[in-house]
Design a protein around this ligand. Sequence first.
Ligand code: BYC
Length: 315
Amino acid sequence: MDDVQQQERFDALVADDQRIEPRDWMPEGYRKTLIRQIAQHAHSEIIGMQPEGNWISQAPSLRRKAILMAKVQDEAGHGLYLYSAAETLGIDRSELLDMLHTGRQKYSSIFNYPTLSWADMGSIGWLVDGAAIVNQVPICRCSYGPYARAMVRICKEESFHQRQGFEILHHLSHGTPEQHAMAQESVNRWWWPSLMMFGPPDDASPNSAQSMAWGIKRHSNDELRQRFVDMTVPQAQVLGLTLPDPELELDEETGHYRFGEIDWTEFMEVIKGNGPCNAERIERRVGAHDDGAWVREAAMAYADKQATRSQGAVA
Ligand code: BYC
């Protein structure tokens, strides 16, 4: 097939809601966009281990500690599925990590905020994982097969994460007045950054139109943000907590909640690297990567030895 026929076949597969697989021809822009988004997503998962990892040793009970450890391990696993999905596009994991470490690829803005209290484990689970689910469920229908399939398992695990965060906050909110205040203070800090996770407003989102035409994104940033607000407001009522937005109000006509203006200047600063914890997160990630060099070397030496053995067996 010549290039025109290849493009026609690709367009037909996307239009017909079929999956594009690694060996299929794809436009260079499609490949690059997927690498950018999947890598950013993978980086978010492994950087996202840090804010919660900081609380494992301070969890209030053995049960809470075991649950938090399992959750943080799940996030490592999500990173691994996603790096594997990105590698099917012809890029090496070490290159992706190098781009993360040198600031040439992004990770989610949300992980540049500090975790100041135990209640933050609840807010991250309820709001951050809640936002992640709303964003990621449609990616299970992404046109690129390996990304879509990775998302199915990730979304199942994220649902558990969201529930455990809700349960932490429910417990605190219905506990002592001090516990309730801790939960409320935490939700106050995480609400607006969670809304920013969905990305810039549609009229300032340079990638959305093309990504939607390619079936990588299924909904716009604003659509998903609205869906998250509509889902979360009733849950806050069940928790007995308020959301820090005086403009939050149900629009009876549309059935959607209206909400206040998001501070997009803060968002831009955070994604440019000037958030409260950007430098700390990257420094710790690079440190962990350097500390793990011996593991990678040992794994390579073992793989080389196995390969030599099996060559010997064939000979
Ligand atoms: N943070 O044109 P736009 C999780 C960037 S982790 C940082 O709308 P796009 C979890 C965007 O990359 C959640 N940067 O972009 C883990 C672009 O810059 P570049 C991670 C952001 O790609 C552990 C520029 O702004 N989830 O679930 O069409 C524990 C213009 O934006 C952000 C994913 O990654 C942001 N929030 O749409 C708990 C989901 N938003 O790249 C939870 C997959 C925008 O051109 N990703 N930017 O330099 C997506 O769905 C899309 O990439 C986005 C952005 C909706 C995030």
